[in-house]
Ligand binder design. Structure first.
Ligand code: C5P
Length: 239
């Protein structure tokens, strides 16, 4: 099954992951391993997920000097993940270096992992952009600028809010991937996210992939929540 849903495995141990995945034992998911899990379990968690036929987005958001990012990406490509990311704020030279590293590390005959750049975190508000990051431009303009730099650097797409997808598609083209976190069912808590949309809205806005964490992982019945996600995406249920 190739659903455009990436389930964020924000757990701190492989045991918790195994428990969460039990109801999905016959489903091949696209899962996201972020800092919380990877820094505890390391590559072994990736091997476990691959063995169960899940596709993997390794969400480590690299942001460092170009050579460090290049060498780190070389290693990540060897792990056989499907998607990795960097912060666009690292600049075009760093993003180009990330791709060089991925190409160098991809085993022959394998496909290079896709690489996307975080434009602005979906937990960042326009006020934070101005008061804390000292970026005195509107959020949309800033995100579009970072997306254009990512495209110019050869990246496959960006991580952004679904609200920004139409503008990014218009400027960066249909083939440019948009991976959108900040997804909540209409009756969910926002938690720490600021710029949130429902799965149905994300689909209408044209997101390539939606990243969904707590709405599934903390649901009383995760597989029922995943089925609700499929229904909402297909327009069969919109609230
Ligand atoms: O639980 P929730 O659905 O908010 O999880 C969203 C996931 O997406 C988290 O793992 C978070 O780290 C990640 N993410 C994000 N905003 C970004 C990039 C990644 O929320 N811009």
């Amino acid at each position: 099954m190739n659903d455009p849903f990436i389930v964020a495995l924000d757990f701190s141990s492989s045991e918790e992951v195994r428990t969460f995945l039990q109801p999905f034992s016959h489903t091949s998911l696209f899962v996201k391993v972020g800092m919380e899990l990877y820094y505890q379990e390391g590559p072994s968690i990736l091997y476990m997920l691959k063995e169960k036929n899940h596709r993997i987005f390794l969400d480590l958001k690299l942001h460092d000097i170009p050579n460090t990012v290049k060498q780190a990406m070389k290693g990540l490509a060897r792990l056989g993940v499907d998607l990795v990311n960097v912060h666009a704020a690292g600049g075009t030279v760093m993003m180009e270096a990330a791709l060089e590293g991925l190409e160098a590390g991809t085993p022959s005959g394998a496909r290079r992992p896709h690489c996307v750049a975080v434009t602005q975190l979906t937990s960042t508000s326009e006020q934070m952009l101005c008061d804390e990051l000292w970026i005195g431009r509107p959020m949309e303009e800033t995100v579009l600028h970072y997306a254009s730099l990512s495209k110019q650097s050869g990246l496959d797409g960006v991580v952004c809010s679904a609200k920004e997808v139409p503008l990014i598609r218009k400027h960066c083209g249909e083939a440019f991937l948009t991976v959108t976190p900040g997804i909540r069912f209409a009756d969910d808590e926002k938690n720490d996210q600021v710029r949130v949309v429902t799965p149905y809205e994300a689909k209408k806005l044209g997101a390539s992939y939606i990243v969904i964490g707590r709405s599934i992982t903390r649901a009383a019945n995760p597989s029922a929540a995943y089925e609700r996600l499929q229904r909402e995406w297909n327009g069969e249920e919109t609230v």
